[in-house]
Write a protein that binds this ligand. Structure first.
Ligand code: PRT
Ligand code: ZN
Length: 283
């Protein structure tokens, strides 16, 4: 039985749950308790605040965890970062009042900076040779300058909307983060094997993300041009059609930019184009 810690509620909860479900680990989020057993997989799920996940994984209370890289770096504990999971993307940035002139990191010398990430901030300031005062605040860091608590902030930014609505501007992007799968550094052989099973499935889930299956009928002379538009995993599947001079082509395509590709395919004579969702790809 392997134990995984995930965020109980918040920005990473939904996608952590969805990823586990996608790889066949049927956690029932509606019946969530502090600790739940997964019905169809030898796994227990421990629901925690994200701040606590690095700690429980570093001491082995949970063998695995899903958490933001920002929390891993801030806690500075011994955990194994196994895999970037491709969601929960954000950055931790320095931001100052929008009307302050800014010429570079030296601006922060002698200033007070409010943050919930003092460790990452201190590492950055030290690396730049800057001496500033760090004010530790948990929650609503973005109001600190207007409240007179600090001159600047060091906080998570995603769209940047929160900074703008608080009259701040982002001046240094210091740390880039996404959700990661972390593991206890001394996993038992049994847990390591379970982790490898999960990783195989996670790789497939991540690879399949944002990909579509595309089929079309194509004049035979356009196959080469179509292959350039749709590079595919190895090469596209081409099958003859009963109609003379025509074939059917199947391929896998990134969803991003798919409409451009469809236009290009139509321009070389493709007809009856179908785009289908993919459940799983094992590359
Ligand atoms: O209760 P618990 O402690 O578990 O949750 P929490 O409130 O500490 O964290 P939560 O759920 O807000 O975020 C969990 C993780 O999501 C973070 O540790 C990051 O790894 C990641 N993440 C991704 C974000 C954001 N995007 C994000 N935008 N975490 C926080 N924000 C906040 C940010 O603090 C700021 O207030 O969103 C605001 C900025 O957003 P924009 O879009 O306006 O720039
Ligand atoms: Zn938190």
């Amino acid at each position: 039985m392997i134990r995984i810690a995930i965020q109980s509620k918040g920005r990473l909860n939904e996608e952590s749950t969805a990823l586990l479900q996608e790889i066949g680990i049927g956690i029932d989020d509606s019946k969530r308790k502090f600790l739940s057993k997964v019905p169809n997989f030898p796994m227990e799920v421990l629901y925690l605040r994200d701040d606590d996940i690095p700690q429980v994984v570093s001491c082995g209370t949970a063998s695995l965890g899903i958490v933001g890289e920002n929390e891993v770096a801030e806690k500075g504990l011994d955990v194994r970062v196994v895999k970037k999971l491709g969601f929960g993307g954000c950055r931790i940035s320095l931001a100052i009042p929008k009307d302050s002139p800014y010429e570079g990191p030296q601006w922060f010398n002698g200033k007070r900076i409010a943050t919930s990430y003092p460790r990452i901030l201190k590492q950055y300031l030290d690396s730049q040779g800057i001496k500033a005062e760090i004010e530790i605040i948990t929650g609503s860091v973005e109001v600190a300058p207007a409240a007179g608590i600090s001159d600047a902030i060091f906080d998570i930014v995603s769209s940047g909307g929160t900074l703008v609505s608080n009259g701040l501007k982002e001046v240094e992007k210091v740390f880039f983060s996404e959700a990661v799968l972390i593991a206890y550094p001394n996993l038992s052989a049994e847990d390591e094997q379970m982790l490898q099973t999960m990783l195989f499935r996670i790789d497939s889930a991540i690879y399949s993300r944002d990909k579509k299956y595309i089929l079309m009928n194509l004049p035979k002379e356009s196959v080469e041009a179509a292959t350039k538009i749709l590079p595919a995993m190895r090469s596209p599947t081409v099958m003859p059609l009963a109609a003379e001079g025509w074939c059917a082509m199947h391929s896998v395509v990134e969803e991003d930019g798919i409409w451009d590709k469809i236009l290009q395919l139509k321009a070389i004579g493709a007809e009856g184009i179908l785009v289908l969702n993919i459940d799983k790809i094992i590359p």
